[in-house]
Design a protein around this ligand. Structure first.
Ligand SMILES: [Zn+2]
Length: 228
């Protein structure tokens, strides 16, 4: 769960209706509260969904906010209600309660919530304070505290599919680095011949930092290659 930056409330939520002088957010929240009182689960996004997905993806740089999966063009992106919309209807359209999420993380967490859960855009949230990788080969994420543990449990951040994906991302990056080495052939050969691990590390580190927004499972990759 990489750190993300909270973006301002988008205009599709903050715009006001001239007739009522209510914001879209206020209007939709009122309607949703009425629906939940009638025990209707009929969730109506109207025209809002597409706008919100675009804005949420900007905040996460096109990754799932919880498992870090990179969304491809035709992947389904869902909207996570951090506090579930059925139990917390007042926050159903609260911008700070919404995240871009992949369908697997979304269905794992479903309507569950716990006060310990960490938000990836919280002011004091940093990956390294809460999580670590201890083993390069198991691709397993370990929590450093009870709060971080809740995110692993509810979003299932060590599911087999994710461990496989972290492994695949390392392979993909290895191939890219090999290409990079081909491009910088002479430089790299000299580097390896001179046996200067620090410089090799810098080459990899620069490459990762340059491509940071493109990489999934970034924190595992940084750990795996032992770079900062
Ligand atoms: Zn996910």
């Amino acid at each position: 769960m990489r750190k993300i930056t909270l973006t301002p409330t988008p205009s599709c939520l903050s715009d006001k209706y001239k007739k009522t002088n209510k914001t879209v957010q206020e209007d939709r929240t009122e309607r949703w509260i009425i629906k939940t009182q009638k025990k209707s689960n009929n969730w109506d996004w109207y025209e809002l969904r597409n706008c919100l997905v675009v804005k949420l993806l900007e905040a996460t740089q096109k990754h799932c906010a919880f498992c870090d999966k990179k969304f491809r063009e035709d992947d389904l992106v869902q909207i996570e209600h951090f506090k579930p919309k059925v139990k917390y209807p007042k926050e159903a359209f609260e911008w700070s309660n919404l995240y871009a999420i992949c369908p697997k993380c979304n269905s794992n967490k479903n309507k569950k919530y716990h006060e310990y859960l960490l938000k990836p855009d919280a002011d004091n949230y940093q990956f390294n304070d809460n999580y670590e990788y201890k083993d390069r080969l198991s691709f397993e994420l370990n929590s450093k505290n009870e709060k971080a543990d809740k995110n692993i449990e509810l979003y299932k951040l060590n599911r087999a599919e994710l461990k496989k994906a972290r492994k695949a991302e390392i392979k993909r990056l290895d191939d890219k680095i090999t290409d990079l080495e081909k491009i910088n052939y002479l430089e790299t050969i000299n580097l390896f011949l001179s046996n200067k691990p620090k410089q090799k590390n810098n080459l990899v580190s620069n490459f990762i930092n340059k491509n940071i927004n493109l990489l999934s499972y970034r924190n595992f990759i940084l750990y795996y290659y032992n770079v900062n």
